[in-house]
Design a protein around this ligand. Structure first.
Ligand SMILES: [Zn+2]
Length: 323
């Protein structure tokens, strides 16, 4: 942590965080795996966005979080099944990666206190070894996936690396299904201004399960089930009545948000029906909650949000000059 970040004050002096996008690679998605109805041949190159979130406490302590690491710079460092899958996502670029994008704004990996993963799919986990000082945070169930504990997921995108995360620097959030509104006073030993990842999940507005990370309303971890076990989102207050919702892979295509398309399904070589979401019903509920946030004026950004990335008015919202 360092005291370099300018203090953010809103007219009402509500606590806020700064949110910047980080370019962290691009990949190409065949439309038929994501939306229905779909062209059999349509493909779209999309970003895998990461985000830098900076919080300054009332005592001046700055905490820096990176949400997702995007694509691994050296594809050959993925495990063999992931490399084979990545080959189906060409064209694919990994320059700039998240480290280069942080450097564009003057930060190095050691400046990052926490890396929070929306989920542990290959195109979000980047290269954890690039962050030797950071603590990694995953949603409940993610570690079981990494250990290979779920064989019910079908599709070539569902390969995981057991040794992805350093055990001594990894926090897995508690199970939101067990902790909702339990009235527990349990919390971690964090000091004021430090994030507390061990609080019980609580209700916040229309969101049934959130963690108020700094206990000041500036940044919420949001349980966003459906896409993959442990899938989490972030809701950040960035100004007076200004909120940004980082939606990870809750949705891959804004036409689904607009109800112009449905979630796609396909059959794998063994005849299993596959969906990009591990639990389609839960994913649809999560998408409906996100639609409601958008109706209330919250800005929604998906990890693969090519429309957001390509909007010229968002260019200045990347960290440092655009690479
Ligand atoms: Zn995913």
């Amino acid at each position: 942590m360092s005291p370099l970040l300018a203090k953010q004050k809103t007219p009402s002096d509500e606590a806020t965080v700064q949110v910047h996008a980080l370019s962290a690679g691009h990949l190409t998605l065949p439309e038929r795996y994501f939306v229905h109805p779909a062209s059999q041949t349509a493909r779209r190159t999309v970003p895998s966005l990461a985000f830098l979130i900076q919080h300054r406490s009332v005592t001046g302590e700055v905490t820096r979080i990176v949400f997702d690491l995007g694509l691994r710079r050296k594809l050959e460092r993925y495990s063999e099944p992931i490399r084979r899958h990545a080959a189906t996502r060409e064209p694919l670029t990994t320059d700039p990666d998240v480290v280069k994008s942080l450097a564009a704004g003057g930060l190095i990996p050691d400046d990052i206190d926490y890396v929070i993963y929306s989920h542990v799919h290959w195109d979000h986990v980047g290269e954890p070894g690039d962050f030797p000082q950071s603590t990694f945070v995953v949603g409940n169930g993610a570690l079981n996936l990494l250990r290979g504990g779920s064989d019910s997921l079908h599709g070539s995108h569902s390969f995981f690396e057991a040794d992805l995360l350093p055990p001594t620097r990894t926090i897995e959030l508690s199970n939101p299904d067990l902790a909702t509104n339990a009235g527990s006073s349990r919390s971690g030993n964090s000091k004021p201004g430090e994030p507390d990842f061990h609080q019980p999940w609580k209700t916040h507005g229309d969101l049934p399960r959130v963690i108020d990370l700094f206990r000041d309303g500036s940044l919420y971890i949001v349980d966003a089930p459906g896409h993959l076990p442990g899938h989490i989102n972030l809701l950040a207050r960035t100004g007076l009545k200004k909120f940004v919702y980082l939606a990870g892979d809750a949705c891959h295509d804004r036409r689904i948000m607009r109800k112009q398309k449905e979630i796609g399904e396909w059959r794998d070589s063994e005849g299993h029906i596959c969906c990009i979401h591990a639990d389609r019903t839960l994913a649809e509920k999560t998408i409906e909650r996100i639609r409601e946030l958008e109706r209330k004026g919250v800005e929604i950004i998906f990890a693969h949000d090519f429309e957001w990335e390509e909007d010229p008015s968002n260019a200045a919202r990347f960290w440092g000059p655009r690479l």
